[in-house]
Design a protein around this ligand. Structure first.
Ligand SMILES: Nc1ncnc2c1ncn2[C@@H]1O[C@H](COP(=O)(O)OP(=O)(O)OP(=O)(O)O)[C@@H](O)[C@H]1O
Length: 383
């Protein structure tokens, strides 16, 4: 039991790295570790004692959600116990039937936690030298998000921009393979990580640090800490665009990520199937709620080109991205066909956008032009 209490306290104290900037700011003069100061256990119930001096209800709710998301998977019965560290100079008269101002207890016994509001905090921290950050997202895995991230990055590079790509997909970091990078990043004299370069792109990926088989055991706080290092401890130099290949889905990792840095806009990747489109819709909703503009939708694997006769078949249905576009008033940036060459180019680390005059290169060039145009429009609106 004692061991459990220590483990819970250690885990909670590590959560500082996943707090939004708004909550971090509201901690004031107390550090997170000072506030999350003890864990008590009685009859299998764990009480996490937290000093809440100066915190408003929104901050408390966000703190509860962060704690619940971290330890709620492993421990069923726990409560966050908010109390004052410093006694108020004069204790107010206690009103009948009002709770004591000194503590409020929030029990989490099999009850859904209060959902923290999905609002983008104002305190986003820019990445030094990076002019625009574009998130490439999909509601579901395997739709070609990394393929689009890599080829879009190269298409922007082909148009003369300075481009970096950050592979934030902890569960399937495929960018190093797709760009054929097999060298480990070095650290410069200022202790900044130097991103390896491939085909003119600066590249950073979880894949450099965690082999695929170990990546899945990383827990939320570790992932967030690593991501934050990728934002602010990498020597990105001067970039016109940083493309971030997000992990698939719309969970807490994605949410924290989009709330940490000022994202110019998001590109949503989908395939024409209904199920993928529903996931794309969730992705759009997440970005809208966090005030990140949608640059547009790329429909991947839209048609199958028969390598023998060249016939185009809509094997996953058709018009999906157009339906999303109409419903949410977001532009369609382009359609990429399902062709075996894209898969083999990905496996070999020779992206098709590096080959002159290839149809896929032309399609991504058009997508990149629209991305630049829309991103610049968004940027000027924000000024
Ligand atoms: N248009 C395409 N035609 C043929 N193969 C494709 C196409 N797009 C992607 N692929 C292949 O599909 C597989 C999954 O693509 P990719 O890794 O880009 O998807 P993802 O959405 O990033 O997946 P994950 O969620 O696992 O990160 C890869 O083998 C890739 O080469």
């Amino acid at each position: 039991m004692t061991k459990n209490k220590k483990l819970i306290l250690d885990t909670v104290q590590e959560l500082e790295t996943v707090l939004s900037f708004d909550v971090q700011k509201s901690l004031g003069d107390f550090t997170w570790k000072e506030r999350a100061h003890a864990v008590e256990e009685e009859a299998g119930n764990y009480k996490i004692r937290f000093y809440s001096d100066g915190l408003n209800l929104t901050a408390k709710s966000a703190i509860e959600t962060v704690i619940k998301n971290s330890i709620g998977k492993d421990i069923e019965n726990f409560s966050v116990y908010f109390e004052r560290k410093e006694k108020a100079p004069t204790q107010p008269q206690k009103q009948p039937n009002t709770p004591s101002p000194n503590h409020e207890q929030h029990q989490h016994t099999q009850q859904p936690a209060q959902k923290a509001e999905m609002r983008a905090p104002s305190g986003k921290k820019p990445i030094s030298g990076v002019k625009r950050i574009i998130a490439v997202a999909s509601g579901k895995g395997g739709v070609g998000k990394s393929t689009v991230s890599v080829n879009l990055s190269l298409a922007l590079f082909n148009q003369g921009y300075k481009v970096g790509i950050l592979d934030a997909d902890i569960y399937g970091p495929s960018v190093p393979t797709m760009l054929n990078i097999h060298k480990d990043p070095l650290v410069n004299e200022n202790n900044k990580i130097i991103p390896p370069e491939a085909f003119g792109l600066k590249v950073m990926s979880f894949g450099f640090f965690a082999p695929e088989e170990t990546a899945v055991i990383w827990r939320g706080p570790m992932i967030m800490k690593a991501l934050q290092q990728f934002f602010w401890d990498v020597d990105w130099g001067e970039l016109d665009f940083l493309i971030i290949d997000l992990p698939p889905g719309t969970g807490d990792a994605q949410l924290t990520l989009v709330q940490s840095i000022p994202i110019t806009g998001a590109v949503i990747v989908t395939t024409p199937q209904n199920v993928a489109l529903l996931d794309a819709v969730k992705g759009i909703a997440m970005f809208r709620k966090t005030d990140v503009p949608i640059i547009g939708v790329v429909e991947n694997m839209s048609t199958f080109s028969c390598p023998a006769c060249g016939t185009e078949t809509h094997i996953f249905g058709s018009g999906g991205a157009d339906r999303v576009s109409e419903k949410f008033e977001v532009p369609v940036l382009g359609h990429i066909p399902l062709i075996q060459e894209i898969r083999s180019a990905g496996d070999l680390g020779e992206p098709l956008t590096t080959l002159p005059k290839h149809d896929v290169r032309i399609r991504f060039a058009e997508i990149a032009e629209k991305v630049v145009k829309n991103a610049l429009t968004m940027e000027s609106k924000n000024k």
